[in-house]
Design a protein around this ligand. Structure first.
Ligand code: NAD
Length: 486
C-alpha cells in the first residue's frame, strides 16, 4: 500500500497550527516508505499550548463531571464508528498487524468506557464525623497536565491518560512519539467532533527537546510518561525536581516461569503468542522463559508454535532499521556466548516489502542469567529460555531483575501458582496467562524500574494521580451537642 498522510501538525486551542519547524520523516516500518512528516516543536509551541490549556481550565474544571463525561460517551461512539480506519492508521504508522491494531483501538474504547464511569467512582464520600459536623472529600483537577507517549501503542497508550485526566477536569498537552504521531492528530479531530471545548486537549509534537521543556514548564502541574526506563528516569527526576507530580512508566523484562506440570499445548501457545505479539514490542511481552526441571517437550511445542508465526502475515515489523539491528545483535551475541538458537528470526525479508524492518520469531535456549539478552529489554519477537532446577531458583531469578512489570507462571499446581503470586517482584502477575494486562477497572502499572512514582496509570488508581483531594468540614447547627472535636 502506498499510503501518504498530510504533514502532522500541532493541535493548539482547537486548531491545527502551521508548523514552519524542522521536521522528521514518519516512516511506515512495514515497507520503509515515508508516509508523512512530524514537526520538532520548541518552547514557543509549548508556551502556546500551555496558554490555551490554562485558558480553557476554569470553565472545563467547573463543568460538572457528569457533563464532562458526556463528551467521552460521544467520543466512544466515534471510536467504534471509525474503528477500521483507526486500526489501519495504527497498522501503517507502527507496523503491527491489522488484528493487533484492531485490538489496540478496542482497548482505547474500553479505556474511554472506564472514564465514563468516573462520576460513579468519585462521588459519595461524606460522613458525619462528629456531632453535627460533616466532612466530605472532593476530587479536584490539577490544572494543565502533560502526557508523553512511546511508539509501541500509538492509539492505546494516549488513551491510558486522555479520557481519565480530562474527564476528571484537567486540560492536557499530549506529546506523542515522533515515530507514530499521526494517530494523535486523529484523536484530536475526534475529541473536537465529540464536543470537547477548544484548549482542553492539545498536541505538541517533537522529540527530546520538547519533553525536557514539558518537565521544566512552570505552567504544567503534572507529567505522565510511558517509554523506556532510561528516559523514564530522566523525566521523573527532571519533572519532580521542578516540583511537579510525575508518574513515569519504563521498560520491562518479563519472566514466564514454566513448571514441568504445565499444560503443554496451552503453555506453548501462550508463550509463543506472548513473546511475538506486536513483534515483541510490548512492555508486557514475555521475553525470558524460566524453565523449571524437565521441560523439553514444552520447549519443542513452543518452537513448533513459533514456526507458525510468519513475518508479514501474522507477525508485524519492528519500528526501525536501528531496532532490527539491535535485536539481531542481541541474538548473535548470545549465540557467541554458547546459547542455542532453536528458531532463528535474523535476516528476515518479506517479499514485496523488502524495505520493511522485520525480525522473525526467535527462540534461544540455554541462555545464562549473566548474558545481556537475559537481563536487558530486547523489545523484539525473541524468547530466551533459562533453565533452572527448582521453583525457588526460578523466583530468585525473577526477583533479581531490575524491572518488575509482569511475571507469569504456567502450572497446574495451585500451591506453586500461589508461591509465584506471593513472591514475584512485579506489579502484574499472570497464572497460565502470558500477557497479564489487568483490564478495566483494574489498574495498569509495574514495580521497580518499570515504574517511577506512586499510583498506576489507568483504572481507579489513576484518579488519585490526576486529582487533588479537597477535604471540607462543615457545621451548620450551633445548638448541636459539643464534644472536643466539634
Ligand atoms: P522512549 O523512551 O525512547 O521514548 C518515549 C518518549 O520519550 C517519546 O515520546 C520520545 O520522544 C521521548 N524521548 C526519547 N528520548 C528522550 C530523551 N533522551 N529525553 C527526553 N525524552 C525522550 O521509548 P520508545 O522507544 O518510544 O518506547 C519503547 C519503550 O517504552 C520500551 O522500553 C517499552 O517497554 C516502554 N513501554 C513501557 C510501557 C509500560 O507500561 N511500562 C508501555 C509501553 C511502552
Amino acid at each position: 500500500m502506498d499510503t501518504k498522510y498530510s504533514e502532522v501538525k500541532n493541535y493548539i486551542g482547537g486548531k491545527f497550527t502551521k508548523n514552519g519547524h524542522k521536521t522528521l520523516d514518519v516512516i511506515n516500518p512495514s515497507d520503509g516508505k515515508v508516509i508523512s512528516t512530524v514537526p520538532l516543536s520548541g518552547m514557543k509551541d509549548l508556551d502556546a499550548a500551555v496558554k490555551s490549556a490554562a485558558e480553557a481550565f476554569p470553565k472545563w474544571s467547573s463543568t460538572p463531571v457528569k457533563e464532562r463525561v458526556q463528551v467521552f460517551y460521544r467520543y466512544k461512539t466515534l471510536l467504534e464508528k471509525n474503528l477500521k480506519e483507526l486500526a489501519e492508521l495504527t497498522q501503517i504508522e507502527n507496523g503491527k498487524t491489522y488484528d493487533e491494531s484492531v485490538a489496540e483501538v478496542e482497548k482505547s474504547i474500553e479505556l474511554t468506557e472506564f472514564a465514563c464511569s468516573l462520576p460513579q467512582l468519585i462521588g459519595g464520600e461524606v460522613l458525619e464525623v462528629s456531632s453535627g459536623v460533616e466532612c466530605r472529600i472532593e476530587h479536584k483537577p490539577l490544572g494543565v497536565v502533560a502526557s508523553i507517549a512511546p511508539f509501541n501503542f500509538p492509539h492505546m497508550v494516549p488513551h491510558w491518560t486522555i479520557p481519565n485526566a480530562i474527564a476528571l477536569g484537567n486540560c492536557m498537552i499530549l506529546k506523542p512519539s515522533e515515530h507514530v504521531p499521526i494517530s494523535s492528530n486523529r484523536i484530536a479531530e475526534m475529541l473536537k467532533e465529540a464536543g470537547l471545548p477548544d484548549g482542553v486537549f492539545n498536541v505538541v509534537n517533537g522529540d527530546k527537546e520538547i519533553v525536557e521543556a514539558i518537565c521544566d514548564h512552570p505552567g504544567i502541574a503534572a507529567v505522565s510518561f510511558v517509554g523506556s526506563t532510561k528516559v523514564a528516569k530522566i523525566v521523573y527526576k527532571r519533572a519532580t525536581s521542578n516540583l511537579k507530580r510525575c508518574l513515569a512508566l519504563g521498560g520491562a523484562k518479563n519472566h514466564l516461569i514454566v513448571l514441568p506440570d504445565a499444560h503443554p499445548d496451552m503453555t506453548a501457545n501462550n508463550v509463543a503468542a506472548s513473546m511475538s505479539g506486536c513483534a515483541g514490542q510490548r512492555c508486557m511481552a514475555a521475553s525470558a522463559m524460566v524453565g523449571v526441571g524437565e521441560i523439553d517437550d514444552i520447549v519443542k511445542k513452543i518452537c513448533d508454535e513459533a514456526k507458525k508465526i510468519i513475518a508479514g502475515k501474522n507477525l508485524g515489523s519492528v519500528i526501525s532499521k536501528e531496532a532490527k539491528e539491535r535485536i539481531e545483535r542481541y541474538i548473535t551475541e548470545a549465540e557467541k556466548l554458547g546459547a542455542k538458537v532453536l528458531v532463528d528470526g535474523r535476516n528476515t525479508v518479506v517479499t514485496g516489502k523488502e524495505g520493511g524492518f522485520y525480525v522473525g520469531p526467535t527462540v534461544i535456549d540455554h541462555v545464562t542469567p549473566d548474558m545481556a539478552i537475559a537481563k536487558e529489554e530486547v523489545f523484539g519477537p525473541v524468547l530466551v529460555i533459562i533453565r533452572v532446577k527448582d521453583l525457588n531458583e526460578a523466583v530468585k531469578l525473577e526477583n533479581d531483575s531490575e524491572y518488575g512489570n509482569a511475571a507469569s507462571v504456567f502450572t497446574q499446581s495451585g500451591s506453586a501458582a500461589r508461591y509465584v503470586m506471593d513472591h514475584a517482584s512485579a506489579g502484574m502477575i499472570g497464572v497460565n496467562i502470558g500477557v497479564p494486562v489487568p483490564r478495566e477497572p483494574f489498574s495498569f502499572g509495574g514495580w521497580n524500574e518499570s515504574k517511577f512514582g506512586v499510583c498506576d496509570i489507568t483504572g481507579k488508581s489513576s484518579i488519585e494521580f490526576w486529582t487533588l483531594q479537597k477535604k471540607t468540614t462543615t457545621k451548620w447547627n450551633p445548638e448541636a451537642k459539643k464534644n472536643w472535636m466539634s
